[in-house]
Design a protein around this ligand. Sequence first.
Ligand SMILES: O=C(O)CCC(=O)C(=O)O
Ligand SMILES: [Fe+2]
Length: 324
Amino acid sequence: MVSLETTPALQLPVIDFTSPNLQPGTVEWDSVRGDVRRALEEYGCFEALFDKVPVELRKAVFDVSEEAFQLPLETKKKVVSRRKYRGYAGQIPTLPLFEVLGVDFAENEAKVNEFTHKLWPQGNASFSEAVMSFAEKVSELDLMTRRMIMESFGVNENYIEQHLKSTKSLVRMMKYQGVEETEEEELGMEAHTDRNMLTILCQNDVKDGLEVRTSDDKQWIKANPSQDSSFIVLGGATLHALLNGRVHSPYHRVMMTGTETRYSLGLFSIPKAGHIVSSPDELVDEEHPRLFKPFDHVEFLQFYYTEAGQRSQSALKTYCGMQK
Ligand SMILES: O=C(O)CCC(=O)C(=O)O
Ligand SMILES: [Fe+2]
């Protein structure tokens, strides 16, 4: 007889950040902090319920992102960057469904306006404003998460303060063309780990697509947000290194199924150039020897794009791992 039993699909932990009293030192804070620690240790990822981004703002950013992707290719190419996925990228032979526009230094009005003016020489205030407000609001979740995970390991306040000031924000807008009805599933974005500190993602009405690999590498978890106020928070390789390997940085990918176009938005916190990423002493002891030499993130990225960096299973380990 065929067994009808199926293993229930794995789900990401869901963590509620909507308590009005979520301030350091409160009971609510300590409880969420424990959840964040467990989720980042086990999955390197969680779904956050976070209501500080008004529905209108979410809609406004998706609207301006659609507007930007509709510009002629010639115009979009004006913001092509040397760096992968900052500026414009698309028509990638291995990822034909995918296009991206990345606005670097999204907290800096002059830089955002400069980007906007390249796309719309006559200006487009709605675009700049939407990108900046989105970055500002979502950064609150990024900063809370990073403060919580560091506090949970007993890192001193001075280090935490310095650390939180050491990053800048990149807002990335992504578009994935829907697939033909005859196709079953197509790759939208290849499996990868992020190289930054923390990534916070949300998507439009097409909720499915993002998949996160379990830390034992055995399964893909569908990271479909359960609510409109949800964001998916992912630990990057730099957070993994900074916390001396104590949190996971998961592989993730996008698989496209339906015919509808999927848009997603990401806020990436990235160490500023010249800032040295070095694990705090509180995370290093006999049981947890230092795993990475202190490194400059910009120099690491330069290595990452070399042939050796691209070939490497863990570019960060090859670049600055203590044990080779
Ligand atoms: O579009 C998504 O949901 C995933 C994007 C992603 O993984 C990335 O930009 O690094
Ligand atoms: Fe990613």
